[in-house]
Design a protein around this ligand. Structure first.
Ligand SMILES: *Cc1c(COP(=O)(O)O)cnc(C)c1O
Length: 238
């Protein structure tokens, strides 16, 4: 296994060696701080994987199950991977994960090749079915897209906020100083749970059902937390 820089040049160089069996990628790197892959990266990865008879496997544990406003983040790009991993949101809190395969990749993995004590668990599968059904019947993908845009717009002008990134309700708020952990701690004392995957990034991944009142409450607490940290920073600078 070899990690490469997320650039199209590094991707082409890796495939040029001629020994690539599969490429694994997250469409948006969640733990790294909600960092999207560069424009065109996955489209090129798809082309190269097909050319070299390699598999394109996407980790959509954070980006899948509707989190970005489509069922899968790769749908925004119009590509079909060979396999996708999902977990987290598909269970809406219940622990489960799944591997989805497409086309001929579906023949590579069959019962008996991957054992797991609780794999194929009927309760977990029923929960996932109920979650997916609810997302569909409540048109939550539309809410994810609309509320994601609304949140990004509403935080853009707050103190300490430099920019935002991500898609749908997977949101990275980039701060103009490495104080994300302080902001998260201030938020926690006010009853808001957010996290800091990088020193200057706050990640939001709220429930798909988020509405006006939750957004208003979030903005109140988040603004107060940013203000508190900005005030401390000024104090320290003095
Ligand atoms: C959480 C996470 C995983 C692990 O998922 P499990 O359900 O714990 O196996 C894998 N990839 C990404 C991107 C994750 O965020």
């Amino acid at each position: 296994v070899k990690a490469i820089d997320p650039t199209i040049a590094a991707l082409e160089e890796a495939f040029a060696a001629g020994d690539v069996a599969a490429i694994f990628a997250e469409p948006i790197q969640g733990e790294a701080g909600v960092v999207p892959l560069p424009e065109g990266f996955l489209v090129r990865a798809r082309e190269l994987a097909t050319e070299h008879n390699a598999l394109l496997i996407l980790d959509e544990v954070q980006t899948g199950s509707g989190r970005t406003g489509e069922w899968f983040a790769h749908q925004h790009l119009g590509i079909t991977p060979d396999a996708v991993t999902i977990a987290k949101s598909v269970g809406a809190g219940f622990p489960l994960g799944a591997l989805i395969t497409y086309g001929s990749a579906s023949e590579l993995f069959y019962p008996g090749t991957h054992n797991s004590t609780f794999g194929g668990n009927p309760l977990a599968s029923a929960v996932a079915n109920a979650v997916l059904e609810f997302i569909e019947s409540e048109n939550l993908l539309e809410n994810v897209t609309a509320r994601g845009a609304e949140l990004r717009e509403k935080v853009a002008d707050l103190p300490l906020v430099a920019s935002t990134r991500g898609a749908g309700l997977l949101i990275g708020i980039v701060l103009d100083a490495p104080v994300a952990a302080d902001v998260a701690a201030e938020a926690l004392t006010r009853g808001l749970v957010i996290n800091a995957p990088a020193p200057d990034v706050i990640r939001l991944a709220p429930a798909y059902t988020i509405g006006d009142s939750e957004i208003a409450e979030f903005l109140d607490i988040f603004t107060a937390s940013l203000d508190a940290v900005a005030a401390q920073n000024q104090e320290n600078a003095r």
